[in-house]
Write a protein that binds this ligand. Structure first.
Ligand SMILES: Cc1ncc(COP(=O)(O)O)c(C=O)c1O
Length: 361
């Protein structure tokens, strides 16, 4: 099976990682966007309180968790009702990687992904034996009626692009006409900076029906829970019910203590607002530092990254940064169209972020 998949993205960064690690003041790692701030106390307490869990958890999630997800989606995605289905997932990456398989896609089917995107969309298609096409517009996608699944991701990893509701609406209409599913990866939805991200479950996108639409969410970035593996999917009740049926058989169950922790995380907006503020401050420092060093900062309207270019090949830029002890992700990781950009994550400590301007000076 692994022969279907490319080299694991981050393994390719090892050599240049060693160069950055050789900096006398240590590496500042802006490559993988892994949270570095503490898990909020309220969530840690809920995890500990849920530790006595000898029985099997529910794949569908506890009633309490299902209510917390529903409440959160209703207020954050601005749904006019609560008629959408919900299902917890073991982080969102596993759902992204297995969604084509869970939906029964296979050889002959096509999964559409953004031109520059999170690599797991394509990995998921490969795991199912389906084909991938990269397209940012419906015109570029053409009349291909083999398309069964379309991924959108706003705010985007890696570009930070925020898609307007009008664009999402066109994608949903196009997919409905062809019986395809729209999967909207919204794991950065709470992180809009210079544009307001819109959920694919918002009424201006769905037109009042959730048919054919799934929104994929994650608590990894909002709540510093990457280590817990906590995500969920919400949307078309029939599709969510189908995913639940398959996942029950496959043992894709979120552990009970994590389900309890997710309730605490979803019910509390205070810690999420504080974390968002931290990222906003770090973003400003990095934005000024990179712009001051002559980089162009493109898109980057939301999400956890700056998408920057110095006009040269991404690997040359990554090496230039590594010589200054800064590790960034080459844009080529996200598709051939990313070859001249690098992705700069906002996920380092305040102290390390504060050291970036002098290293770039
Ligand atoms: C666009 C996107 N989707 C999904 C994920 C997976 O996140 P997790 O599995 O931690 O929920 C990531 C992680 O960085 C991401 O960038």
């Amino acid at each position: 099976m692994s022969a279907r998949l490319p080299e694991f993205t981050w393994d390719a960064l090892e050599k240049v990682g060693a160069l950055a690690a050789g900096h006398p003041d240590g590496v500042i790692n802006l490559s993988i966007g892994t949270p570095v701030d503490p898990v909020p106390e309220v969530i840690q307490a809920a995890l500990a309180a849920g530790a006595d869990a000898p029985g099997y958890p529910l794949t569908a999630g506890t009633p309490r968790l299902r209510r917390a997800i529903t409440d959160w989606v209703a207020r954050t995605c601005r749904t006019p009702d609560r008629e959408f289905g919900v299902l917890p997932t073991i982080g969102s990456k596993e759902l992204v990687a297995w969604l084509p398989t869970l939906l029964g896609l296979g050889p002959g089917d096509v999964v559409a992904v953004p031109r520059i995107c999170y690599p797991t969309y394509e990995d998921g298609a490969r795991l199912a034996g389906a084909e991938t096409v990269r397209a940012d517009s419906l015109t570029a996608l053409g009349p291909d009626n083999r398309v069964r699944l379309i991924w959108v991701n706003s705010p985007s990893n890696p570009t930070g692009q925020v898609l307007p509701a009008t664009h999402l609406r066109k994608v949903v209409d196009w997919a409905r006409e062809r019986g395809a599913v729209v999967a909207s990866d919204e794991c950065y939805l709470p992180l809009g900076w210079t544009a307001e991200p819109v959920s694919a479950l918002a009424p201006e996108v769905t037109g009042g029906s959730y048919a054919g639409v799934l929104a994929v969410h994650s608590l990894s970035k909002r709540s510093n829970l990457a280590g817990y593996r906590a995500g969920f999917v919400a949307g078309d009740p029939a599709l969510v019910a189908e995913l639940l049926k398959v996942r029950k058989h496959a043992g894709m169950i979120v552990p009970a203590p994590v389900q309890a922790a997710m309730v605490a995380a979803l019910d509390d907006e205070r810690h999420a607002a504080a974390q968002r503020e931290r990222y906003a401050r770090r973003r400003e420092v990095l934005r000024e530092a990179f712009a001051g060093a002559g980089f162009e900062i493109e898109q980057s309207d939301g999400g956890l990254y700056l998408w920057v270019t110095s006009g040269e090949d991404c690997w040359a830029t990554v090496e230039w940064l590594a010589r200054r002890g800064i590790l960034a992700a080459p844009g080529a990781f996200y598709g051939p169209a990313g070859e001249r950009h690098v992705r700069v994550a906002l996920t380092e400590s305040d102290e390390k972020i504060a050291a970036v301007p002098s290293r770039l000076a």
